[in-house]
Write a protein that binds this ligand. Structure first.
Ligand code: AHR
Length: 696
């Protein structure tokens, strides 16, 4: 079918420069076993097994989880908590070798993957029980063959704290914890290998915080390929650390940012709420990921650093932390801390301290900690979300909580932009009541809430039907679409779902004066460890799969404009044919960008004219997201952006294996960019997205 769209020169309103951002939560092994480059699982021997359902579970210490002996000695591995490296993480390993070469190995999530020639940094704390002048052998092995190895001289004096060296004669039997480091270099590529530590002769040594991180990890922390996938999106903000983990299954297990900063050894490891979730919970009420923990190797400091690293000349990535407001997750618990209690005041103090940690001078208590971690300059925190998915209920009094936080924050830090929560769904009474609350206060206090966070995981059809959702939103308080995604019947990452998300995003963009921030959710999914699908980026130990939803986000981020152009109602007419559009101006480049989403099952043709009906011609950049099976006609990928096709990042074999083993594996999509002459009309294949950016 052929349609016409006249492009106006008139700007209808400015649009948010911060619209397309990221939401990060440690779900689906997004942090530990994901973006955190640490390869060793349960490195601090603090694992806990969570058994049951999310609202009714038992926790049992399982400190040796992921570790096993390589010798026949059944007592080789013992857990102790007598004199730990840190009281915050009291357990450690006592290892006894009866024979030369006895050792222990780590399952390392799905096994160790190494790349030939790459170096891997090894570190651990160790203390001699009985191992005079011994050596520690660290290696990676597969099927009896050693792929990488190193020997670390034990009780190496240079590793001991300076004060000991100054005051005592360091000998090989100093019975104190020492910190040891070394490098492993891979002699070839390997997958699903074992990480092993062995003593070269009989003896007994204690170990804690055993770590292996690839040398290419970004800032020594972030897995490079996953980081690059984020960087390529040029996000305007990063919402962290969740999600439901902010609240926790119980108040005790909530996310406490102060436990996640400072030296790694002192970060208080926590269980992960998602250990009891997922479709795979067996009859024994045990999820395969029941040992899912939060090591906090990526803690609040690293999240702030990540924002800096994701920033570029194109766009600054603003940090957007989410705070617990004294409630456990409302889906899972009735636990609350009363507003009129000293305990609640501590939650508010934690918020104020966080702002000081991020922005305070190095002379302040929390600014000093930031500086000691390596960042004397402030992180320029400006956005702060108060609560994740809270709603006013018989148990939770959301209003006084928000009011107390807002008042205290703005009293001390008037420039901080507080973000409210409108609960987990849109369109119901909880959602309406929340908005009424924020709007009522906004009438007398403009700064009351900068934006309100609303979430929708919905069928693709809902997104098509609600493209105009924001058309009639009052403009008094802005929107933060903090979590959204199309959920089809299979809960898979389909092109169909991604196209529906793109349609919705045209609606956000057309209403960019009220929709300030938006982030797809969840972000990551480690294949075989999902608690929630669909997700934007899938990965395993060494591969990354960028989904159609990823490409839609990239497309809206790369081709964002700063002002919406008037459409004069044409979008409504086109919607009848399942064509969804937005037209924006990129002021810096002095050009227009048109986004066209075809949600129908038919190819459609659109003529683009100027305001007088004259066909537009000249040169344009075309970007398309289309199903692999429906390759767009006349597309020449002359100017590939990163990977020019969604499947190019991974091998075809990997994709077909993935489809066999994962029912919900993402569908292949093609993402192409080309510069070409523009003849005045464009063809938009069924279920695809097209961006046209005029060059001349
Ligand atoms: O994104 C997954 C979960 O969905 C988040 O943790 C929570 O905020 C929402 O319910």
């Amino acid at each position: 079918m052929k349609h016409t769209l006249a492009i106006s020169d008139k700007i209808s309103h400015a649009i948010s420069p911060d619209m397309v951002g990221l939401f990060f939560e440690d779900i689906n092994f997004a942090a530990d076993g994901g973006l955190y480059a640490e390869m060793i699982e349960n490195r601090s021997f603090e694992a806990v097994k969570t058994k049951g359902e999310s609202h009714n579970y038992v926790l049992r210490e399982d400190n040796l989880y992921a570790w096993s002996s390589t010798s026949k000695n059944p007592d080789a591995l013992e857990i102790s908590c007598n004199q730990p490296v840190s009281e915050n993480n009291p357990h450690y390993l006592r290892f006894t070798a009866k024979n030369d070469g006895d050792g222990f190995k780590n399952k390392a999530y799905d096994g160790i993957s190494l790349k030939k020639g790459m170096k891997y940094k090894i570190s651990f704390y160790a203390r001699e029980v009985n191992y005079p002048k011994g050596k520690i052998k660290v290696s990676v092995n597969k099927d009896g063959k050693t792929i990488a190895k190193t020997e670390i001289a034990f009780n190496n004096a240079k590793n001991l704290p300076k004060e000991w060296m100054d005051t005592i004669r360091v000998t090989c039997d100093t019975k104190e914890w020492g910190y040891y480091t070394g490098d492993l270099e891979a002699t070839k590529d390997v997958q699903k290998a074992d990480f092993e530590i062995a003593l070269t002769k009989a003896g007994c040594v204690e170990f804690d915080l055993i770590s292996m991180i690839p040398e290419d990890a970004v800032a020594g922390v972030f897995r490079k390929d996953l980081f690059n996938a984020l960087k390529d999106l040029h996000p305007a903000f990063l919402r962290f650390p969740g999600g439901c983990i902010v609240e926790g299954t119980s108040i005790m297990r909530r996310y406490q940012w102060k436990n996640t900063v400072g030296e790694l050894k002192n970060r208080k490891i926590n269980t992960n709420l998602w250990a009891v979730q997922g479709g795979n919970v067996t009859a024994a009420m045990e999820s395969p990921d029941c040992h899912y923990m939060q090591s906090y190797g990526i803690g609040f400091y690293e999240y702030f650093v990540l924002c800096e690293l994701l920033s570029s000349k194109k766009r600054v990535c603003k940090p957007l932390p989410v705070l617990n407001i004294g409630v456990a997750c409302q889906f899972r618990s009735y636990e609350v801390v009363p507003v009129k209690s000293e305990e609640f005041q501590q939650y508010i103090q934690d918020a104020l301290d966080l702002i000081e940690f991020a922005n305070g001078p190095v002379t302040s208590k929390w600014g000093k900690l930031r500086a000691s971690m390596g960042h004397p300059k402030p992180f320029n925190l400006e956005l702060l979300a108060i609560g994740n998915e809270q709603w006013e209920s018989g148990c939770v009094d959301l209003a006084p909580r928000y009011i107390a936080f807002e008042k205290a924050i703005h009293k001390k830090y008037p420039k901080i932009k507080c973000i409210g929560t409108a609960g987990p769904f849109v369109g119901n009474d909880f959602h309406k009541n929340a908005w009424n609350f924020y709007r009522k206060h906004a009438a007398t206090n403009k700064a009351f809430s900068y934006a309100v966070d609303e979430h929708y995981y919905v069928a693709p059809e809902w997104l098509y039907d609600n493209v105009a959702f924001y058309d009639n939103y009052p403009r008094d308080v802005r929107v933060f679409a903090g979590e959204y995604a199309a959920h089809d019947a299979n809960l898979s990452n389909s092109v169909d779902g991604a196209v529906a998300e793109a349609a919705m995003m045209t609606g956000m963009e057309r209403n960019g004066d009220v929709v300030q921030l938006a982030s797809y959710a969840p972000l990551f999914n480690r294949i075989g460890h999902s608690q929630w699908t669909p997700d934007m980026i899938w990965f395993d130990a060494d591969k990354v799969v960028l989904t159609p939803s990823y490409y839609v986000q990239k497309l809206f981020s790369d081709y964002a404009g700063d002002a919406a152009l008037e459409l004069n109602g044409q979008e409504k007419k086109l919607r009848e044919s399942k064509l969804y559009i937005s037209a924006v101006k990129d002021k810096a480049a002095n050009t227009k960008i048109i986004k066209i989403v075809n949600g129908s099952d038919e190819e459609q043709i659109l003529e683009l004219t100027d305001k007088n009906g004259k066909l537009l011609t000249g040169k344009a950049e075309f970007v398309r997201m289309v199903a692999m099976s429906l390759k767009a006609k006349k597309v020449v990928a002359t100017d590939a952006i990163g990977t020019s096709g969604g499947t190019k990042a991974v091998s075809p074999d990997f994709m077909s294996n993935l489809k066999v083993c994962e029912k919900r594996a993402p569908e292949d999509a093609m993402y192409t960019c080309s510069k070409d002459k523009f003849s005045g009309e464009v063809t938009i294949p069924a279920k695809s997205v097209l961006v046209v950016k005029f060059i001349s």
